[in-house]
Design a protein around this ligand. Sequence first.
Ligand SMILES: *Cc1c(COP(=O)(O)O)cnc(C)c1O
Length: 358
Amino acid sequence: MITVTKAFFPPIEDYQKQLQRIWSNQWLTNRGELVLELEEKLKNYLQVPHVLCTNNGTIPLQIALKLLGNGGEIITTPFSYVATTSAIVWENCTPVFVDIHPEYLTIDETKIEAAITPKTTAILATHVFGNSCNVEAIKAIALKYNLKVIYDAAHSFGTTYKGTSVFEFGDISTCSFHATKLFHTGEGGALFCNTKDFELQSFYSHNFGHNGPEDFYGVGINGKLSELQAAMGLTVLPFMDTILKARKKVVAYYNTHLNFNKVSALKIRAHTQWNYSYYPVLFKDEATLLNVQEALNNADIFPRRYFYPSLNTLNYIKSTAMPVSENIAARIVCLPLYNGLSEKELQHIVAIINKNIC
Ligand SMILES: *Cc1c(COP(=O)(O)O)cnc(C)c1O
């Protein structure tokens, strides 16, 4: 069976070495030695000034919305994983959708201003499939209207824009270290920000608001990464170059062998150093997608319809139609992409796709 992705399993001996440290320290969580070391190593690997590790990629979104959303209207994208929208609703804010760009698949920055009202407090946009948003235009709009900017950068581990980590853009950026993501800790995530003020607020927010054992800065939640998860991160991180090289080869195979008269691929924004995190293809229409999907499934190959459905159609959302997002969501699929996918498997996948598209 071939699935859309496959979690990277580092050599078990390497993981055992990290676990041995935990047993020696007799320390399992509450920002132990391994979490602190992982944060330092990530700062260095990603070239960012500040990293706060969290227990998944959703909690930092909720922390960001709690700190910056202020219960207001959040301008957001309908084309993302459900967590982007559900976090807004969960934090008692109101999602206001703005449609996406048909080729970059990120929020269409030219449509943001029309959606701003006196209740708007922030923009929450996703760097879709590791492709960066138009961060410059979004920053200009935020300055003009005094809005905060949050980026769901769950897909963007290692992506840079004009040479800078995408995690550096916006007031707060978040990442997911879920098992299926490019870099993982099993479950995990991180929050990135650029000011001492947000650094302090997000830090206490992720640890119950603690300021020492008996004092509290303010309200908080438990968003801590454990030592066991950090051990996985420290074991996986040295393999990132290997993982990226393998993924780059898979992407190159698809790029040269898919029939691009019949399908189209993601358009990467200029100046973006992309991270090979997903390989979405767009079919002519949903019928073609379903036809190809069935043929692949019959061969035990399981791509995923990322992202489907368009989030403005969720049953707990009130929204106007988002024609571009709904159209894209109906005809896009992410193809298998992971370290260890063989050339033979790729030949098989591509042959089935090219044979079944019309
Ligand atoms: C994976 C993902 C999340 C959620 O991350 P978790 O670590 O699973 O909580 C949020 N947003 C996007 C775009 C994602 O792909």
